[in-house]
Design a protein around this ligand. Structure first.
Ligand SMILES: O=C(O)CCC(=O)C(=O)O
Ligand SMILES: [Fe+2]
Length: 338
């Protein structure tokens, strides 16, 4: 066994009280052993995940098992869609949909209230085929997806193949997050039955002109859900993560990895022991950039209530209890203004 497994494990609250959120680097974690039959190996991996979650809120995963071909096909389909004319793309305008699905044009979103609109366009979709069991008040994005099949016939199959792979990866991470929180490995299983994950394909045109922190690809924000699985285009530096000293740390793409970042559902659930870290993206490279985030949340009827292992007399519960569905709906309405 590795030497660090001989160090007596620190309690979660103890570890959380000694965090170093002025991180300079984003850790890389090899998750190929996430489902290893040896519990000692899974625990060791969960310790790395804990460190990343309480100090940074971001980590790269390698050994994620998503075939390169699924990534390429999804990105290529996205590129073809964004190359359509503005009028063609607006046939799928998400403002026409009651559930935030479809196309969002440049500048129609504003993630940072101090910003002037985000310089990216996007296409949003969710799970297919579970409309019946996920309808209703509780689910802000339930209901049918829209697909640009008439212009890009392979779009739906290509992005959904990647989506399914990313969901598989996301499901394999929940037991690690549970162990990292001193919880039973299956803690999140009954809370993530629907895999209420929304995925986006994003396009950031290159930005030129004078530097203005209010005009960026995606303004400074935190994500809403438990965690995000982000593919970002290789060789393009755009994504930046804010540390506790208010320095922007580059999340440079690393070949063969995906970025995982925690969102506000996890921060609320863990009473801020898991960090939902502010980030933004600016594409000043002179070339087009594409990225694909998938936001993995809990089922929308789950109450986001501080987990007992994350609360103590020194660290009382900080957030009022809301359901995941109420929370996501409010945040989406604030970002998209509808
Ligand atoms: O494109 C990126 O690198 C970041 C996207 C992002 O932060 C988001 O969609 O929430
Ligand atoms: Fe984000």
């Amino acid at each position: 066994m590795a030497a660090d497994s001989e160090i007596p494990p620190q309690s979660l609250l103890q570890a959380a009280s000694q965090t170093d959120a002025a991180f300079q680097k984003i850790p890389i974690i090899d998750v190929s052993n996430a489902t290893n039959p040896d519990p000692a190996i899974r625990h060791q991996l969960a310790n790395q995940v804990r460190d990343a979650c309480i100090n940074v809120g971001f980590f790269y995963v390698k050994g994620h098992g998503i075939p390169e071909e699924d990534i390429t096909n999804a990105v290529e389909a996205g590129k073809k869609f964004f190359e359509l004319s503005a009028d063609q793309k607006l046939e799928f305008d998400s403002r026409k949909s009651s559930n935030f699905k479809g196309y969002t044009a440049l500048l129609s979103e504003n993630n940072d209230p101090n910003g002037r609109g985000d310089l990216h366009e996007g296409f949003d979709f969710g799970p297919e085929g579970n409309d019946e069991n996920s309808q209703g008040e509780k689910n802000a994005m339930s209901g049918a997806n829209v697909w640009p099949t008439k212009y890009v016939p392979e779009f739906r199959d290509s992005v959904l193949s990647y989506y399914r792979e990313a969901i598989r990866l996301g499901r394999s991470l929940f037991p690690l997050f549970a162990l990292a929180l001193d919880l039973p490995e299956n803690y999140f299983e009954d809370k993530t039955k629907e895999a209420a994950a929304i995925m986006r394909v994003l396009h950031y045109p290159p930005q030129t002109g004078p530097h203005d922190d209010r005009v960026v690809g995606i303004g400074a924000h935190t994500d809403f859900e438990c965690f995000t699985i982000l593919w970002q285009q290789p060789n393009i530096q755009a994504l930046q993560v804010l540390n506790a000293d208010k320095e922007w740390i580059n999340a440079t793409p690393i070949e063969g990895t995906l970025v995982i970042n925690l969102g506000d559902q996890f921060a609320r659930w863990t009473n801020d022991i898991f960090k939902s870290t502010v980030h933004r993206a600016i594409n000043r490279t002179g070339v087009e950039r594409y990225s694909m985030p998938l936001f993995f949340g809990t089922d929308y009827n789950v109450k986001l209530e501080a987990i007992p292992s994350c609360v103590s007399p020194e660290r009382p519960a900080k957030y009022e209890v809301v359901t995941a569905g109420e929370y996501v709906r409010a945040r989406l309405q604030a970002a998209y203004g509808h």
